[in-house]
Design a protein around this ligand. Structure first.
Ligand SMILES: Nc1ncnc2c1ncn2[C@@H]1O[C@H](COP(=O)(O)OP(=O)(O)OP(=O)(O)O)[C@@H](O)[C@H]1O
Ligand SMILES: C[C@@](O)(CCOP(=O)(O)O)CC(=O)O
Length: 194
């Protein structure tokens, strides 16, 4: 388990190329590395998958074609691990977290959210990043059967009451304003609490 108790845990989800990494990187920049850290459930998954399959871990972390080539198989591989232990990737992801605000950039399944709600019930908040299909296509997304219609992409489409929904269209020109008036102001207040 992490060595500190967080003050706020922001659980992000969103479709492929909605901009989860872009938005969470921006929040990280605005809050600063002393106050917040980005945790990726897919981090330990990709690391182990890369090691087992002789692949490039850094490329799997990026936003390019390399990752997409292996996505379907990575999903299957990760699901086998989750069947054995649904909280496995959550526990590994939070292990080194030291900062008071945690951003989990890639929750995908109700079991991910349930794990955080159980461990950090008063601190957890759900955030959805949304972009239209047109915008996502401009960012390189193409509908892929077996991926975009599967749990990895659709697991949180229903049954979640999101605390914030962030619209990340086009160049994201309204992004700063949406964040400043909502999530960022709450996060800054929380960070100051004793
Ligand atoms: N507001 C924005 N302005 C400019 N570029 C953006 C914006 N949002 C996202 N992008 C770009 O779109 C691409 C996809 O974004 P990102 O990797 O953040 O999406 P994601 O939801 O994390 O996708 P995946 O699930 O495939 O990892 C990246 O190249 C990113 O830089
Ligand atoms: C294998 C998987 O973790 C890939 C996630 O990659 P990314 O968050 O889209 O960069 C998706 C999943 O866990 O189903």
């Amino acid at each position: 388990m992490a060595t500190v108790e967080p003050k706020l845990v922001l659980l992000f989800s969103g479709k492929r190329k909605s901009g989860k990494d872009y938005v969470t990187d921006l929040i990280h920049q605005r809050l600063g590395p002393d106050v917040c850290c980005i945790l990726r459930l897919s981090g330990p998954l990709k690391q182990q998958y890369a090691q087992d399959h002789g692949l490039d871990f850094d490329e799997l972390l990026g936003a390019g074609e390399y990752k997409e080539k292996y996505r379907a198989d990575m999903i299957q591989w990760g699901e086998k691990q989750r069947e054995k232990d649904p909280g496995f990737f959550c526990r590994v992801a939070i292990k080194e977290a030291q900062q008071p605000i945690w951003i989990v950039s890639d929750t995908r399944r109700l079991s991910d959210l349930q794990w955080f709600w159980r461990e950090y019930p008063s601190q957890s908040r759900c955030v959805r990043v949304e972009a239209s299909e047109e915008t996502r296509k401009e960012r390189g997304w193409e509908f892929t059967t077996g991926i975009d219609d599967a749990e990895s992409e659709c697991g949180l489409d229903q049954g979640v009451d999101f605390d914030w929904i962030i619209k990340n269209e086009g160049d994201g020109s309204q992004l700063e304003e949406q964040l400043a008036t909502g999530l960022l102001s709450i996060a800054k207040e929380k960070a100051k609490e004793d």
